[in-house]
Design a protein around this ligand. Structure first.
Ligand SMILES: C[S@@+](CC[C@H](N)C(=O)[O-])C[C@H]1O[C@@H](n2cnc3c(N)ncnc32)[C@H](O)[C@@H]1O
Length: 251
């Protein structure tokens, strides 16, 4: 059955179903979490902790913990939060606390977090408004939000044809559907709700409205070994690199 006009609830249900189903093998199915990416994340977290505080790290949509594992030793407390209870259970000892919750309603006290991260998550949301509202609430003044590794809409619009070929060859959708009988093509498509790009300008506007000061960068790091060696950690102009990276400081 195809849902003609999906709602936020449909998208959340699909995400929970997808990540519950691949909970015991997410990083293998995904195929992009590796040591180079982990080291890069650790470097970013280290700089954020130095500049904005090393008390508490909250990772939204933590999955199997690629961010919180790297936050160990950099922060006094790490919290992994995800919609999928199964992926948190399977992930084991990835953080000081594991919380099954929705980014739209964080069970976290006001102004209690130094660094909120969100890695490859924005494109799984129906809308980022709830997440932004909650991030603004839980961050301490001077704290920072860092979101990364979502496809930027401008890049998608410019390169949609080569991207379609690349995606056909990479066949991530086929891999997920094959990984579990609980996943079908529609569940995958709904979970990857903004697979064709996150509107970074809209998210930046939402962050500004919530009294954060956002900055966006666009880069290639972490896609493949080849793009890592070709582009390294260099930033590009909007539309010339696929990965949207946003940092936003709470006033
Ligand atoms: C592509 S995975 C990324 C996981 C991890 N951050 C990583 O990079 O390996 C997206 C994650 O976001 C979670 N997610 C999707 N929608 C969510 C929501 N509304 N609230 C909390 N987590 C959500 C999914 O369950 C999934 O674990």
């Amino acid at each position: 059955m195809t849902i003609a006009c999906p709602t936020a609830t449909d998208v959340k249900r699909a995400n929970r179903r997808l990540y519950d189903a691949v909970a015991d093998g997410y990083e293998v199915v995904d195929g992009r979490r590796n040591e180079a990416l982990a080291q890069w994340i650790r470097g970013r977290l280290s700089r954020l902790a130095d500049a904005h505080g090393c008390g508490r790290l909250l990772d939204l949509g933590s999955g199997s913990g690629v961010v919180t594992r790297e936050g160990r030793g950099l922060f006094d407390q790490t919290i992994a939060l995800d919609l999928s209870p199964a992926i948190l259970a399977e992930a084991g000892d990835i953080a000081d606390a594991r919380v099954a919750a929705d980014t739209d309603a964080l069970p976290i006290a006001d102004a209690s977090v130094d660094v909120v991260t969100c890695f490859a998550v924005l494109h799984h949301l129906f809308d980022a408004a709830g997440l932004v509202r909650e991030v603004a609430r839980v961050l301490k003044p001077g704290g920072v939000f860092w979101s990364d590794h979502d496809m930027d809409l401008t890049f998608y619009n410019r390169f949609r044809w080569p991207l379609r070929v690349y995606r056909r060859l990479r066949a991530a959708d086929v891999k997920y559907v094959r990984a579990s009988t609980d996943i079908d093509a529609e569940t995958y498509a709904l979970a990857e709700f903004r697979e064709d790009g996150v509107d970074g300008s809209r998210v930046m506007g939402q962050l500004r409205d919530a009294r954060l000061r956002p900055e966006a960068k666009f880069h290639w790091f972490g896609l493949t070994g080849l793009t890592n060696s070709l582009f390294g950690e260099r930033s590009s102009a909007r539309g010339w690199a696929p990965l949207l990276s946003i940092t936003a400081v709470r006033e």
